[in-house]
Write a protein that binds this ligand. Sequence first.
Ligand code: MN9
Length: 302
Amino acid sequence: MVDRYRGIFAAALTPMKSDTGLDLDRVGPLVEHLLSQGVRGLYVCGSTGEGISLTSGERRELAAEFVQAAGGRVPVLVQVGHNSLAEAQQLAEHAAAIGAAAISAACPSYFKIDSVERLVESMAMIASGAPELPFYYYHIPSLTGNQLSMPLFLQQATERIANLAGMKYTTTELHVFQRCCELQSRRFEVLWGVDEMLLGALSVGARAAIGSTYNIAAPLYNRLMDAFEAGDWEAARGYQLSSVELVEIISDYPFHGALKRIMELQGVPIGPCRLPQAGLSAAEAKEMEQRLREIGFFDWSR
Ligand code: MN9
């Protein structure tokens, strides 16, 4: 089995200035903060990082800044998916040139891909942009609409994509995740992507996870992982329940705006988010903070 990665990887938020242009100067402090919180890797330009809303030029600049800030201390995975496969391929090439650890790509979502064969061909095109880097397909049906069978995809893709390492699996079908993990004697590295179900994923074989709430509560999730390793199920369930409550609250507000607001409350200001994502009104921000206080978030997130 590949098993390159272990622990929690932050699906990194993208620092923006008040006009929502990139704020590259804040990438370094953000990375230092995440590493100090126990994050073991970074996934940039993904859904949490508003990667799809950035221009390709911005995506290149941002990825390079993250790789530089990480300085080899943790792996940086760059999400290069794009509705234009040629553009995605070029982003992959760039990721390799700047020293990213791996590339990952969500599939095109405007024109739907309705066969595993075409999904494999499309991802092969992207992966060929960085043949020397591990490639992780980014499965996120809630956003791409792509519901194709992932076990079938992995089996067919392995014959066509030499650098296929696995996938980032962001959907709640735990049994399919398990199936993907066990394929071909655990050949693929399947990175779990639903933070509020991390414990379930660990119990069926996850070793590493990528997610948005690891930006704001990494220590909680590290405690969860330690408790799982130690076989302390009761403690692990408690930590997971805190995460469930956290996600429940954030999900009542514009998601990216909420995450960025919480980073600010934690002393790591990274600015607003960009359209089409929304920020929180002052009343919403106040209410969210109050609700987070009620569940003890500001104590157990550290
Ligand atoms: O990919 C994230 N998924 C989405 C990762 O953004 C749709 C997750 O980390 C979720 O944000 C998290 C909260 O639901 O599990």
